[in-house]
Ligand binder design. Structure first.
Ligand SMILES: NC(=O)c1ccc[n+]([C@@H]2O[C@H](COP(=O)([O-])OP(=O)(O)OC[C@H]3O[C@@H](n4cnc5c(N)ncnc54)[C@H](O)[C@@H]3O)[C@@H](O)[C@H]2O)c1
Ligand SMILES: O=C(O)C(=O)C[C@@H](O)[C@H](O)[C@H](O)COP(=O)(O)O
Ligand SMILES: [Zn+2]
Length: 364
């Protein structure tokens, strides 16, 4: 596998942003210096506690190459996506004398790359950053597309900026240390890409669900590359979510409300899994989606060990939270549903009774 050349997925520039590539392979860190470029003197490596050794090794390597390199360690998972942690990073950059030509490298899962990208977007109104995703979810989704952000007390990702990276390096070897729970969580976004755009992904998962749950599975690289291609194609034409990009939010309206309700102790992918079953039921009840495709959500998500249900008594709170979803317009709730396999569309202002009935289908 070490000799296999990396796969390169191109992300086109949109809304005035620069194009960049996502590389998927092994031993990719040699690519980092080229992405950092000649103008940088300082590099800040933002990493979570779980990747303390990786972060320090990267810092030491960059220092050896002549950069003034600092490692900024942040909490694991969603605890990193707060205004306090962003302020801690800004302080570290200030103390390092970080200028507009210096570069941030975000190494970690989606929470870390969301935070690192947000810090890059806001420091001096925007500096260059590179994503080195180390979870399935971050490789196939979070690190690609330039959505960066943090949570607030009112909800998930409510503060952020569109700030694409200069490049994304997906080193598949990083996945070997990922706990299975986190690995499987990332499969929710892989399966999402299957339902909204590339059904071959669903075929591959269904052909070998056990294999899909491990980095050593026969289709790991293909599942990751196919999912990245789905995301790359969408964000290449609509960086700022003025239309098409909303399809990437499939399952997320309910998912974000569940995450907030669970004080971010549920993994994002687990919540997206329940959210997609809900969206499928919504599509079915609204007369858009056929039974077979709606049922397929349950079978494929369950086959890899993702959850399908959430607490029935929580509906009023979840509904309230969904009102501040970024797809809402005024008092109008908007959901991504499917008109059929790989045919995503928007459902605006569904009847409250239909919403409740769809929630009844995912209630435990
Ligand atoms: N910006 C976007 O477009 C976008 C897209 C999808 C999801 N997201 C965001 O991504 C986040 C979820 O990302 P995630 O699922 O990667 O979770 P995560 O970042 O919370 O990582 C999960 C855990 O694994 C640890 N970890 C990361 N890499 C590891 C490795 N290789 N070995 C061992 N441990 C490792 C992390 O420190 C963390 O404790 C959510 O905040 C979600 O909102 C953003
Ligand atoms: O990239 C996008 O656009 C997505 O919606 C991808 C989602 O998987 C991701 O979770 C994203 O962070 C959600 O964005 P939000 O705007 O709903 O916060
Ligand atoms: Zn997501």
């Amino acid at each position: 596998m070490t000799d296999t050349p990396a796969t390169r997925v191109h992300v086109g520039g949109s809304a005035g942003s620069e194009p960049y590539d996502v590389l998927v392979g092994r031993q990719l860190l040699g690519e980092l210096a080229g992405l950092i470029g000649d103008r940088a003197r300082r590099v800040a490596v933002i990493h979570p506690e779980a990747l303390a050794e990786t972060g320090e090794a990267l810092r030491a390597d960059l220092a050896e190459q002549g950069y003034e390199a600092v490692a900024i360690q942040v909490p694991n998972a969603e605890e990193a996506k707060t205004a306090e942690v962003a302020a801690y990073c800004w302080k570290a950059l200030g103390q390092t004398g970080f200028t507009r030509t210096d570069v941030i490298v975000g190494v970690g899962g989606g929470a870390t790359t969301d935070l690192a990208g947000f810090v890059a977007a806001t420091w001096l109104r925007g500096v260059r950053w590179i994503a080195v995703p180390t979870t399935v979810l971050a490789m196939v989704d979070a690190a690609v597309g330039g959505k960066t952000g943090i949570n607030t007390a009112e909800g998930k990702n409510l503060v952020g900026a569109f700030h694409p990276p200069a490049g994304v390096l997906c080193d598949l070897a990083a996945l070997d240390s990922l706990p299975v729970h986190d690995y499987v969580s990332g499969l929710a976004e892989v399966i999402k890409a299957g339902f909204i755009a590339d059904p071959v992904i669903l075929d591959l998962v269904e052909a070998d669900p056990e294999g899909a749950r491990t980095p050593a599975g026969p289709h790991t690289a293909e599942l990751i590359v196919r999912s990245i291609k789905v995301k790359a194609e969408v964000v290449s034409s609509d960086l700022k979510e003025s239309g098409l990009r909303e399809i990437l939010n499939y399952g997320h309206t309910l998912a974000h409300a569940i995450e907030k309700n669970e004080r971010y102790k549920w993994r994002h992918g687990a919540a997206v899994s329940v959210g997609m079953v809900f969206a499928a039921e919504l599509g079915r009840l609204a007369g858009r989606l056929d039974d077979a495709t709606a049922d397929r959500h349950r079978t494929v998500l369950e086959s890899v060990g993702l959850p399908l249900t959430y607490r029935g008594d929580q509906w009023p709170k979840l509904l309230e939270t969904m009102r501040v979803d970024k797809k809402s317009r005024g008092d109008l709730l908007r959901f991504i549903v499917l008109d059929g396999l790989a045919k995503p569309t928007v459902l605006e202002g569904p009847d409250p009774a239909v919403l409740l009935a769809a929630y009844g289908e995912v209630s435990a």
